[in-house]
Write a protein that binds this ligand. Structure first.
Ligand code: URA
Length: 418
């Protein structure tokens, strides 16, 4: 028994009982420790009495039947502690009808009075205990409710965290989808790992986009068998901010050796055209449909174009030229996504539609320099195909196909000036 209220109640009951014994039976009962006061003050320094009562707890817990069973035999048996002497709580355990009956009628009446007070106190103590138990139950209930609320709060926090993680993943995915240098449908682990950088790539200058494309997307490309026979990847050259972009077919021997487009015989013809138009290589951007040389300068194969052309589209997205010039049928057909004859494409200004953004760029399709060079070897077959007549101020090497190309290029420049 540790409840102070209960202890106090018992102390009070015990004090009353002792008083009765003293008064009516002449029993001198003085315990070793201080006798608990009638008020049952067990607080503070007066703990010894409380302790004593605590030790006899079982006696007062049920002062009815049990008391009689303990008290009556002990009182008369030899060797048993005299009532009220050695064990004060033993004395307190012996009030009741049987004790009073042995002592005579008057004493019994007195005992009845003491017993009544005792029972009253005990009843009060029980009520207090019940009250305390009720309060304890209420406290436990409140504690359980608090724990439940804390658990619910933790679950809410966890759900919010999971939601935030889902939103972040969706944002990163959207950013990856919008990143400009994504030339190939096959995922490149190196670029996938740099999603945040790609998300910002839309604001990069063209040179940075091209460098990223070259290093991180093209890399040491192995997407088609040309990787096995090439010496160098021929990515592109010129001004990343150019308004005019030239697109050829595929690198030849010189280009494969040097890693730069149009540096062989065909390239020299292209340079000559640019020169006649007052342009330098550094003013324009030059690239090819294929980045690797087909062995023996054979024609590009559809699979090679399919694997490689995403890089070209990405280059166009990065540079955003105002006008594109396709040199030859392969470049024209790829950029128009149609299988047409060169003369059909040459007839008018075409529109290149960028596959990802859908942006349209004016496109001039003209003869490839290699084709025009071959006309040289045929010995200037003369004016064919309805092109412009040779101009008197042209250099001597100009052939009629050159004239047609130059006319096409003039139209392209006119588009730029619009
Ligand atoms: N022919 C092309 O189409 N591109 C080159 O780079 C060289 C020759």
């Amino acid at each position: 028994m540790t409840d102070p209220a209960e202890v106090a109640a018992l102390a009070r009951a015990f004090a009353v009982h002792l008083e009765h014994l003293r008064e009516y039976r002449g029993v001198h009962f003085v315990g070793e420790g201080p006798t608990p006061s009638a008020e049952g003050d067990v607080s503070g320094a007066d703990v010894s009495g409380a302790d004593e009562l605590g030790a006899g707890e079982s006696v007062v817990d049920d002062p009815g039947e049990g008391d009689r069973g303990v008290g009556v035999p002990g009182a008369g048996e030899p060797g048993a502690a005299a009532p009220g002497r050695a064990q004060p709580w033993g004395e307190a355990a012996e009030p009741g009808p049987s004790w009073g009956a042995e002592q005579g009628g008057a004493a019994a009446a007195d005992d009845d009075g003491a017993g009544a007070a005792y029972r009253e106190e005990a009843a009060r103590a029980r009520a207090q205990r019940a009250e305390a138990a009720q309060a304890e139950a209420a406290r436990a209930q409140a504690e359980a409710a608090r724990a439940q609320a804390a658990q619910a709060e933790a679950a809410r926090a966890q759900a919010a965290q999971a939601e935030a993680a889902r939103a972040e993943a969706a944002r990163a995915q959207a950013a990856r989808a919008e990143a400009p240098p994504a030339p190939n449908s096959a995922p490149n682990p190196a670029t996938e790992a740099k999603a945040p950088a790609r998300a910002r790539a839309a604001d990069w200058p063209a040179a940075k986009k091209l460098a990223y494309l070259r290093e991180r997307n093209v890399g040491d490309c192995q997407r088609c068998p040309l990787a096995r026979t090439r010496r160098n990847i021929v990515f592109g050259v010129g001004n990343p901010e150019a308004d005019l972009m030239f697109i050829g077919e595929a690198p030849g021997g010189e280009e494969d050796r040097l890693g730069e487009p149009f540096v062989g015989p065909a390239g020299r013809r292209l340079d000559a055209w640019l020169d006649l138009l007052g342009l330098r290589r550094a003013d324009v951007y030059i690239a090819n449909v294929l980045k690797c040389r087909p062995p023996g300068n054979r024609d590009p194969q559809p699979m090679e174009i399919e694997r490689c052309s995403p890089f070209l589209h990405a280059q166009i997205r990065a540079i955003e030229p105002k006008v594109i010039v396709a040199l030859g049928r392969y470049a024209g057909c790829l950029l128009l996504q149609r299988d047409l004859k060169l003369y059909e494409m040459r007839r008018s200004v075409q529109q290149y539609r960028e596959p990802k953004s859908g942006a349209e760029i004016p496109l001039m399709v003209t003869y490839h320099p290699s084709y025009v060079l071959r006309q040289d070897r045929r010995g200037h077959p003369g004016h064919r195909g309805g092109g412009p007549p040779p101009q008197s101020n042209r250099p001597a090497w100009i052939n009629p196909e050159d004239e047609k190309v130059l006319a096409d290029l003039e139209r392209a420049l006119a588009l730029l000036r619009r």
